[in-house]
Design a protein around this ligand. Structure first.
Ligand SMILES: Nc1ncnc2c1ncn2[C@@H]1O[C@H](COP(=O)(O)OP(=O)(O)OP(=O)(O)O)[C@@H](O)[C@H]1O
Ligand SMILES: [Mg+2]
Length: 159
């Protein structure tokens, strides 16, 4: 499934739309170059989940847990500095009882989990950035494993 995102706000709305389907044990795998919008997506997702604490780039902590008053916490992982799935495993994340969003997930999930919803964010070729840095993005959503079979995006207005 391919979605075109026009603004950072809309990237957040995509996160919110996906958040409505999430439950404990779910994992969102985010990929895309520096500044693609992985954290912007996760922020929208976190806000929709009603997490405590601002969702910011977790770069210097590898993983940050955002508790929620009702429901499983959001664990936000930045795998940029991880060298292998074993190093992700070493973080001892309670995957079964959390909702996990991993930035730079490519190549880090094999053997850790079979089920994830993958989001690959790219910039369309030839797109023009506006003065305030807004530029379209293309998000390719790929379901992996039994959990995500038949995934559909609902409650999101496509531009
Ligand atoms: N259509 C868009 N969707 C998402 N972000 C956009 C868009 N247009 C412009 N931006 C800007 O791009 C930047 C995306 O930054 P963000 O931190 O979300 O990226 P990232 O993929 O997490 O980067 P990093 O690899 O450094 O973690 C933000 O400054 C955001 O405002
Ligand atoms: Mg980021």
């Amino acid at each position: 499934m391919i979605v075109r995102i026009e603004t950072p706000e809309q990237m957040g709305e995509l996160g919110a739309a996906i958040a409505r389907q999430l439950r404990a044990g779910d994992l969102i795998a985010l990929d895309g170059e520096l500044g693609a919008g992985k954290t912007t997506f996760t922020r929208g997702l976190g806000e929709a989940l009603g997490v405590r604490g601002a969702v910011t780039s977790p770069t210097f902590v590898l993983a940050r847990t955002h508790p929620r008053t009702d429901g499983p916490p959001l664990v936000h992982v930045d795998a940029y500095r991880l060298g292998s799935p074993a190093e992700l495993d070493d973080l001892d994340i309670d995957f079964d009882r959390s909702i996990v969003a991993v930035e730079w997930a490519a190549g880090m999930l094999e053997g850790v989990t079979d089920d994830w919803l993958g989001l690959q964010i790219t910039r369309p070729r030839g797109a023009q950035e506006t003065e305030d840095g807004v530029e379209p993005r293309i998000v390719e959503i790929t379901p992996h494993g039994e959990r995500w079979r038949g995934f559909e995006l609902s409650g999101f207005r496509l531009s």
